[in-house]
Design a protein around this ligand. Structure first.
Ligand SMILES: C[S@@+](CC[C@H](N)C(=O)[O-])C[C@H]1O[C@@H](n2cnc3c(N)ncnc32)[C@H](O)[C@@H]1O
Length: 238
């Protein structure tokens, strides 16, 4: 997969791209990145990429010409990527959207900044994504969340792909609790079943915990999760 980031602040990205699973995936060849500075596509010698809003008001608006030119440059000599705008107006990002993006060969993440982008930019955008109902200073941090969540799903990105398949939201539920050594820490002991070696009992306990945590923390997820008869019994158990 190829991920291109279109931004006025490319210097924000190396920490994320050069650490942890994203860096590993890159080394293994599962993903390659390109950071494109929108300012490089500005038309004037001062490389101005923003201007005051028509109609007045506070804040600066990212100009359309540099963004159009930057996006068009991506299609030169090859196929055009799917252009994804990070925007509070976009569809709410979730694990399903991450899975969809992970199937693309090339995505370009377009980061707005300042007061916003010029509205006409939306005519060259294929998809818009919001990471939640709050306002970030720019699309860069949102793009990092998209990058991390997509890359960990790519074949070969993490050593045990089953681990990602079992995370929260993958099966419509939140994840069950996890423990590691020591067995007892500050008077808190790891549940006995996890130390029993009985894999059937462990699986049953984990499923029950996932169901209960989801019911407690995110009852909305239970409305759409595919629950078996046994799941309903586990939820009813005292
Ligand atoms: C300060 S925000 C602009 C907010 C805009 N004036 C509004 O009220 O909808 C600047 C940029 O940050 C990005 N951004 C802010 N919040 C976001 C969110 N929740 N999800 C995705 N991108 C976001 C967008 O790219 C946006 O163009």
């Amino acid at each position: 997969m190829r991920i291109t980031v279109l931004t006025l602040f490319p210097e924000m990205f190396p920490g994320v791209l050069e650490s942890s699973i994203v860096a590993q995936a890159r080394k293994k060849g599962a993903v390659e990145f390109a950071l494109v500075n929108i300012r490089d596509f500005a038309l004037d010698k001062h490389q101005v990429a923003d201007d005051a809003p028509y109609g007045g008001g506070p804040g600066m608006i990212m100009k359309p010409e540099p963004i159009f030119r930057a996006v068009r440059s991506l299609a030169e000599g090859g196929s055009r990527p799917k252009v994804v705008l990070l925007s509070p107006r976009g569809r709410r990002y979730d694990q399903r959207a991450a899975r969809q993006l992970a199937r693309e060969a090339h995505i370009a993440l377009l980061c707005g900044h300042y007061k916003d982008i010029d509205e006409r930019v939306r005519t060259i955008v294929d998809d818009d994504i919001s990471v939640g109902d709050y306002i970030l200073s720019g699309g860069e941090v949102a793009a990092m969340a998209v990058i991390d969540s997509v890359v960990r799903l790519l074949p070969g990105a993490i050593s045990d792909p089953e681990s990602a398949d079992r995370d929260s939201f993958e099966n419509g539920l939140l994840d069950h609790p996890h423990y590691t050594r020591p067995e007892t820490f500050e008077g808190m002991t790891v549940p006995e079943v996890l130390r029993s070696g009985n894999h059937a009992q462990i699986a049953r306990w984990r499923r029950r915990q996932a169901l209960r945590i989801t019911r407690q923390q995110r009852p909305d997820l239970l409305q759409t999760a595919e629950l078996s008869g046994q799941d309903l019994e586990l939820l009813d158990e005292e």
